[in-house]
Design a protein around this ligand. Sequence first.
Ligand code: ADP
Ligand code: MG
Ligand code: MG
Length: 890
Amino acid sequence: MPKYVYDFTEGNKDLKDLLGGKGANLAEMTNLGLPVPPGFTITTEACRSYLADGRLPGGLREEADAHLAALEKAMGKRLGAADDPLLVSVRSGAAFSMPGMMDTVLNVGLNDESVHGLAKQAGDERFAWDSYRRLIQMFGKTVLGLDADLFEDAMEEAKRAKGVESDLDLDAADFQRLVDTYKGIVRSQTGHDFPSDPREQMRLAVEAVFDSWNAPRAVLYRRQERIPADLGTAVNIVAMVFGNLGMESGTGVAFTRDPGSGQKGVYGDYLQNAQGEDVVAGIRNTVRLQELESIDAESYRRLLDIMRTLENHYRDLCDIEFTIERGKLWMLQTRVGKRTAGAAFRIAVQLADQGLIDLDEAVTRVTGDQLAQLMFPRFDAEADRRPITTGMNASPGAAVGKAVFSSERAKELAEQGEDVVLVRRETTPDDLVGMIAAQGVLTSRGGKTSHAAVVARGMGKTCVCGAEELEVDGQERRFTAPGGVVVNEGDVISIDGTTGEVHLGEVPVVPSPVVEYFEGAGDRDDELVRAVDRVMTRADSRRRLAVRANADNAEDAARARRFGAQGIGLCRTEHMFLGDRRRLVEDLILAGPGEERQAALDALEPLQRSDFTAIFQAMDGLPVTIRLIDPPLHEFLPDLTALSVRVALAGADAGARDRGLLEAVKRLHEQNPMLGLRGVRLGLVIPGLFAMQVRAIAQAVAERRDAGGDPRAEIMIPLVAAVQELEGVREEAEGILREVGVEALIGTMIEVPRAALTAGQIAEAAEFFSFGTNDLTQMAWGFSRDDVEAAFFSRYLDLGIFGVSPFETIDRDGVGRLMRIAVEEGRAARPGIKLGICGEHGGDPESVRFCHEIGLDYVSCSPFRVPVARLEAGRAALEGAGPEHAEAGA
Ligand code: ADP
Ligand code: MG
Ligand code: MG
């Protein structure tokens, strides 16, 4: 039988999968000799078993009882004993941090008898009744699933009845009455009494924590953060320590560095005479952690000491929860803290400079997603900026959108394509939907550790919090700023997560300094730019994958090159047939065979040639993969309905061209164009089309070469499924290249499953493969992307059929397997064959890693994603996964 329960002394920080992050780190701190209240952890394995079977696994109860007995022994108290009760917290804690998503119950063990024992032992009646009402409140909400407002309202009513504002002004008798009211709420809502047996309280709380794994908001959060759905959560049972034992007690949160900027210093919030979640819930205003020094100097010094110990031990920014009970400091949680993208880069390089980590590790400490966030635009510092108020800069970025005051409304407008900013007094886990939908989040209450701030940072979303001058009225859907400025739902506001400023109207945005750096114009004195430069330089020196860009014109090619692209992996030629040139394509389609068609092709050729010349020039000395025309021809013709109407309205006056076009549109109409006449099939069916394109490429190469350039063309044939298709096209192309007297590689996309499965044969005729993973995914799954994504993907994600859309991240098991086969058989048939990817996956961090593992030579992605791919390729190489093939070079 597996071991389901671990004492804190038995665990360590590397057991996150089993003990959850919270449990693993409580154990780590315990073993470091830090003051952690004793306790034990029930494993995620027990949770998985419970969720699968609907009941606690056999043996768990006995094991937990034994650990509880040991805990009671260590504390010299028994759980819920009438005279001197041991109280515990029952805390959720998954392997990945999910702030506020799952539940915790404090003060388990209190009932009508033990509340007196607690009061007597503490010498404080008020404290005992306050703790008891908190238990019923948290238990009611979390375990019994009651509406939290029922309890909040009763609390508000108690304060109103007494004419006070703060819970600090309520006394023992008030809390005792509140306990009665709360018990009444439980009875009337559930038909049962609040359970008074401490063991039963504990068991029910454990099950509730397990169940909270599947609460809707937790499911949504996991999907957003790409956390697998089947991990389960651990449960921690921790002896209670009390921050609500008077003004010499309190509770707080702290960071070892500023999670917004990475600066070293003292960052955190503290609240006297309070318990647990009061700090983040914003029930009273917290004080800045520095002020603890004047409240309790000794605890303050001890805390700073421990923070240093933790940062050196974890070699990273840590965040911390602590409680002071009558002058004694207790550590209740730590973890490697979430941080903004900018802070991640700064901290990684700072830690390297401090010698805590080396530069290689610094590269692994940041992600491509974080780099992508740093590339978003900022507000223009030159713009006329007169903020209506300034709040806390909780999560950087520039967000502009219509103010909305509820999550539902945010979602609704976002679905209509509107940019919105979610404005709330404070957010709760139920606001997650709105936060995802919004460009940014603005709150009037709560500090940098409030729910809004923590979640927004995690999502990389702009957030200004604690803008206390704002009066937010969610009911009336408006807020009021100083000077009587009223902002109603739908009014546009701009919020600056870097400065905390809130503006009425739209403030113009400018490119980020990181993009300017990639463009070659960055400010090297800027700490962030320097950090990005150090990390990128190291990543480049470590990566094995080359990175190319998908670019269809000289301008994109030049930008991609500045961003570090080592060539073009996909140049689509079809855009060259649009705009003014569409008419020439119509001519081609309408043309009869023979001379008429040749004339139409001849008209297109010089245009194509000049396009290619410009691209070769921009990418001089680097490979440029040009894909011959891919989409079905009717995409270049007018829409059937529009054309039919035009011809019908014109009646007898309809021009010959329109009538001809209409006929052509009808003739070329396909039931399923994705699987119809396109790609190499067009080349084989319409004589001269591919030849024209190849000749244009060849002449562009010759032109550049004669001008002293170094053009490197790679001609790519799309949609090949059989080597015979490729052979036909190849022969003709080689003839043309010979004729013009230039050289170019000829290769193919691998985007039809049959091509992957016969890659050994196809490699005989191909000098390179480029995986077209968009089509390969469509055809491997039998999904028409445009149809399925809107229609049922969210259902598929709910059902867990896949954790991430296979169009975002390569599906390793299916599409990935086809790729492996093609890599293996392609290399076996032609050892030096060049292998790359040009689907959108080429810029997706996970997929870049996969490409590294299977030994591709390069990835190709949109110019803006090139730095992201460079970084991820470096990380993949450093983290040691793969490559199965150790061939270098692109
Ligand atoms: P979350 O993951 O939402 O932070 P926690 O399990 O950390 O939930 O607990 C909620 C709050 O209760 C935190 O502020 C935590 O520090 C506090 N808390 C948890 N266990 C104890 C305990 N044994 N004694 C005192 N406070 C506790
Ligand atoms: Mg916590
Ligand atoms: Mg394709």
